[in-house]
Design a protein around this ligand. Structure first.
Ligand code: 5GP
Ligand code: MN
Length: 342
C-alpha cells in the first residue's frame, strides 16, 4: 500500500489542531461510502476535541440512517440558510468522496467561495483543482478505507472505536458491492480485520443496508427485471429504464433503485449494464461493468458524467426515448471492446 505522503499528514495534523470550526461535506445522492466516510471522520474529529458540522446536499435512503451520528447530518436542501452560514463560518472544510464541486449539485458556488481551508479525501480519478490539501488515490476501495488509513497515519489508531469502525465498514462494504469489485488489494482486508477486531457486527451491517427492502421496492425490482430490461447479447449489454410513471406506481422513495443496475450483470456473458431513471428535470443514468470496459469514459463522453472504471453515472437532458435510442445506437461502436475476453 502506498502511504499517504508524510508531508500531507503533518499538514493535516496542524490544520486539525488549529481548527475551531471544521465542516465535512459529501456529494449529492450520497451512498454508503459518502455517509460512512463523513460519519467516521466526524467521530474521529470529536475524539480530537472538535465539533464538526456535517452536510449532505440532499436526503439519502433510509438504509443509511442507522449509522451512529446520522442524526447530526444537516441536509442542505431542507436547511439552506443553516448550511450556508456553517460553510461561511468553517475554517476547515473536508470534502469527502467527491472530487469536483459540481458533485454537490447546488453548493458548488458556495463551496468554491468558502474561506476555510479545503481538504479533499477521495478515491475518484482526476480530482479537480479546488482544494488546498488533496488526498486522492484511486487505489483505495473506498473513501472510508482512506479515512482509516489517515487515522492510522496520524498515529491515532488508539482513538478508533466501534462507532468509527461501523461507519468505515459500511463504506468499504457498499463501495465494493460486498467485496465483489474494487476489492483485490490486500490492504482492504487488513483494514477489515482491524474493524472486526474493534467489535463490529458485520452481518448486522449487511442486513441494515441490503436486507431492508420495502414490499414496494421488492416489487419494483421484479417489475424492472421482468418488464423494463432490454438485453443485447451481441454487445454483452443490458439496461433497465424507468419512467416517472413507473416510479409513481411503486410509491418510490429515495434509494429504492439503488443497486438495481447491478442485477443484469448476473446474466451469463453480460459485462455492461445501465439504468435510466426519469425525473422532473432530467434522466439520471448509472453504469456498471465487469473487467476493463471503462464506463466512466462512456459517462464522460456521452452522458455528462464520470466516475470509476466499473461504476459511473451521468445525466441526459434529452427526452426519455431519445436517450434510450442514443444508448442503443452507441453499442455497435463498442462491439469489439465489449467482446474482448476478460
Ligand atoms: P451511482 O451509479 O451509484 O449513482 O454512481 C456510481 C459512481 O459513479 C459514483 O461513485 C460516482 O463516482 C459516479 N457518478 C455517478 N453519477 C455521476 C455524475 O453525475 N457525475 C460524475 N462525475 N460521476 C458520477
Ligand atoms: Mn466512494
Amino acid at each position: 500500500m502506498k502511504d499517504i505522503a508524510q508531508k500531507i499528514i503533518s499538514e493535516l495534523k496542524i490544520q486539525i489542531e488549529k481548527s475551531e470550526k471544521p465542516l465535512i461535506i459529501t456529494h449529492y445522492n450520497p451512498d454508503g461510502d459518502a455517509i460512512g466516510s463523513m460519519l467516521a471522520l466526524f467521530h474521529y474529529l470529536v475524539k480530537k476535541g472538535k465539533q464538526p458540522f456535517m452536510v449532505s446536499p440532499n436526503d439519502y435512503p433510509e438504509f443509511l440512517h442507522w449509522m451512529p451520528g446520522n442524526d447530526k447530518v444537516t441536509v442542505y436542501k431542507r436547511n439552506t440558510g443553516t448550511v450556508l452560514n456553517a460553510l461561511n463560518a468553517a475554517d476547515l472544510i473536508f470534502i469527502v468522496d467527491f472530487n469536483d464541486p459540481e458533485r454537490t449539485e447546488g453548493l458548488e458556488k458556495y463551496l468554491k467561495e468558502a474561506k476555510g481551508k479545503k481538504v479533499m479525501i477521495d478515491h475518484h480519478p482526476d480530482p479537480s483543482d479546488f482544494a488546498d490539501l488533496v488526498i486522492s488515490d484511486t487505489k483505495y476501495s473506498s473513501t472510508a478505507e482512506m479515512i482509516f488509513h489517515i487515522i492510522e497515519s496520524m498515529d491515532d489508531e488508539s482513538l478508533m472505536d466501534q462507532d468509527i469502525a461501523e461507519c468505515i465498514y459500511c463504506g468499504i462494504m457498499t463501495d465494493t458491492g460486498s467485496f465483489n469489485y474494487n476489492s483485490s488489494n490486500p490492504y482492504t482486508y487488513s483494514v477489515v480485520s482491524k474493524l472486526i477486531g474493534l467489535g463490529i457486527n458485520k452481518d448486522r451491517i449487511y442486513w441494515n443496508v441490503y436486507d431492508n427492502f420495502s414490499i414496494d421496492r421488492m416489487r419494483l425490482l421484479g417489475y424492472c427485471l421482468y418488464n423494463k430490461m432490454e438485453v443485447f447479447p451481441e454487445y454483452r449489454t443490458a439496461f433497465i429504464s424507468l419512467t416517472k410513471k413507473d416510479i409513481k406506481e411503486f410509491n418510490f422513495s429515495p434509494g429504492d433503485t439503488e443497486g438495481f443496475v447491478n442485477y443484469p450483470l448476473s446474466i451469463k456473458g453480460i459485462r455492461f449494464t445501465a439504468i435510466f431513471i426519469e425525473n422532473d428535470k432530467n434522466i439520471k443514468i448509472s453504469f456498471r461493468s465487469k473487467g476493463n470496459f471503462a464506463v466512466n469514459k462512456i459517462a464522460e463522453d456521452h452522458f455528462n458524467g464520470g466516475g470509476h472504471l466499473n461504476a459511473a453515472g451521468g445525466y441526459s437532458f434529452s427526452s426519455f426515448e431519445e436517450t434510450l435510442k442514443k444508448f442503443r445506437d452507441l453499442l455497435p461502436q463498442y462491439k469489439t471492446e465489449l467482446n474482448y475476453d476478460f
